[in-house]
Design a protein around this ligand. Structure first.
Ligand code: NAD
Length: 254
């Protein structure tokens, strides 16, 4: 099936984790047709991801940097455009629980950490990429949200869930504003998966425990999330914008 990805250039944030969603998304975009997939992360392992993308026969570029820093993000986007000429697809994957302070003890500055990592970062990348997409009158942005916006019992942290609720709204606002420019924006909201998002060594054990409450009886895999992201990045979803797709085994029925 032609997904309409031939000749496209993608940028995936948070792609350094070797067991994370970002790497799987980058590899799938390359395998399914993108010409070049640039990857970024705050950790050195982003170079390993770029090497693996190149092994698929496609071009890649690794840029190390902090996604919450405006200058870094501007420089990142400039480097990608200099290397590949344009950006057609932006996948905002970087994120996590920046702060596990309990709700009733959290200070405003504690909340700021989650909002910067999960929400401001997406504002920064989107603002940096939009001028290029607006000029070419096309583009697809996929934000990674979270099922935590609809689940209150998993102890994932309140400011984390609130920052991800902001991602939902930012997705819809971007979709509305940019539809006239041929730019779509959608959100994939994962359920729990055994990435570095899950603390400690026994990630599978934690996910297996959580799976008891998941209607489909298992946690999410990196491939589940990459498949949904591919759908929104590709022409398969050309008439969909502003959607929040929960990929959570039925945990969130929205
Ligand atoms: N795994 C889950 O259970 C789960 C569930 C719902 C949502 N999510 C979301 O999925 C996304 C991907 O997380 P993951 O599960 O692959 O976890 P992960 O920890 O394996 O990957 C997240 C990546 O983001 C990078 N990152 C963190 N801070 C950064 C910064 N300031 N600048 C640049 N990069 C930074 C990390 O280095 C890491 O490589 C996150 O937005 C997370 O909130 C994960």
């Amino acid at each position: 099936m032609d997904l309409g990805l031939k000749g496209k250039v993608a940028l995936v944030t948070g792609a350094g984790s070797q067991i994370g969603f970002g790497k799987q998304i980058a590899l799938l975009l390359a395998k399914e047709g993108c010409d070049a997939v640039a990857v970024t992360d705050i950790i050195d392992d982003v170079n390993l991801t770029a090497e693996d993308v190149k092994k698929t026969g496609k071009k890649s570029l690794a840029v190390k940097g902090d996604i919450t820093n405006k200058e870094n993000v501007q420089s990142l986007v400039k480097q990608v455009v200099e290397a590949f000429g344009k950006i057609d697809i932006l996948c905002n994957v970087a994120g996590g629980i920046a702060n596990r302070v309990p709700f009733d003890q959290a200070k405003p500055e504690d909340w700021d950490k989650d909002f910067h990592l999960n929400l401001t970062s997406i504002l920064l990348t989107t603002q940096a990429v939009l001028p290029y997409m607006q000029k070419q009158k096309s583009g697809a942005i996929v934000n990674i949200g979270s099922g935590s916006t609809r689940m209150y019992g998993h102890g994932v942290g309140n400011s984390y869930a609130l920052s991800k609720a902001g991602v939902d709204t930012l997705t819809k606002q971007t979709a509305f504003n940019e539809a006239k420019n041929g730019i779509r924006c959608n959100c994939v909201a994962p359920g729990p998966a055994p990435t570095n998002f899950i603390p400690g060594p026994d990630k599978k054990g934690i996910i297996d425990m959580l799976a008891k409450t998941i209607p489909l009886g298992r946690g999410a895999t990196q491939t589940d999330i990459a498949n949904a992201t591919l759908f929104f990045a590709s022409e398969m979803s050309s008439y969909i914008t502003g959607a929040i797709l929960h990929v959570s085994g039925g945990s969130v029925l929205d």
